[in-house]
Design a protein around this ligand. Structure first.
Ligand SMILES: CC(C)(COP(=O)(O)OP(=O)(O)OC[C@H]1O[C@@H](n2cnc3c(N)ncnc32)[C@H](O)[C@@H]1OP(=O)(O)O)[C@@H](O)C(=O)NCCC(=O)NCCS
Length: 145
């Protein structure tokens, strides 16, 4: 699998399809998309983007005062889920985090995806919360690198 860097316009359709499924929301942009150091990672299958996640520097509320990268917008096309694309994105993002000298990588993870993050070496920290716009239960997940 080849992980490439793409523009946010390239991934919005995939984000909406996967991350807004079952909601009336038709957009999936984050304020962090425009952070100067934001990187949008993606993988293609037969030329079409099928997996994406976005990485940027942001302090982790559960592990403050250390250099940290957050990942957001982790989405794999439904037809390809659980076939390794998500882990490939995490591996590439962790390499990026090491290059940038981050000590911690974290995410606001849907509880339905906690098993994925745990398999990738993250642990859930702190109380659960309901995140907008999905209204789904979430936890912060963290890994040290
Ligand atoms: C969650 C998601 C990003 C994971 O990506 P993926 O490509 O499906 O995951 P991978 O195939 O790389 O899985 C890695 C491991 O995690 C497991 N896994 C994947 N999704 C899982 C889930 N939702 N719950 C528990 N385990 C999961 C896989 O079975 C695999 O286990 P293995 O190492 O024993 O074989 C993807 O399934 C997805 O887009 N889901 C819908 C949107 C979503 O929940 N995004 C996350 C928002 S925080």
């Amino acid at each position: 699998m080849i992980v490439e860097r793409v523009g946010v316009d390239d991934i919005e359709n995939l984000r909406v399809r996967v991350l807004r499924k079952g909601t009336p929301v038709t957009h999936a942009r984050y304020p962090e998309d425009s952070y100067p150091d934001a990187v949008h990672l993606a993988i293609r299958e037969r030329g079409e983007l099928c997996a994406t996640s976005t990485w940027f520097s942001k302090e982790c509320p559960e592990v403050p005062h250390v250099p940290a990268l957050q990942l957001k917008g982790m989405a794999v096309d439904e037809s390809l889920q659980t076939t390794g694309y998500g882990r490939a994105l995490i591996d590439a993002g962790l390499s990026l985090a090491r290059e940038r000298g981050a000590v911690v990588v974290w995410a606001r993870a849907r509880d339905s995806a906690l098993g994925f993050y745990e398999k990738c070496g993250f642990i859930a920290m702190g109380d659960g919360f309901i995140d907008e716009p999905t209204n789904m239960p979430h936890h912060i997940v963290v890994t040290r690198i």
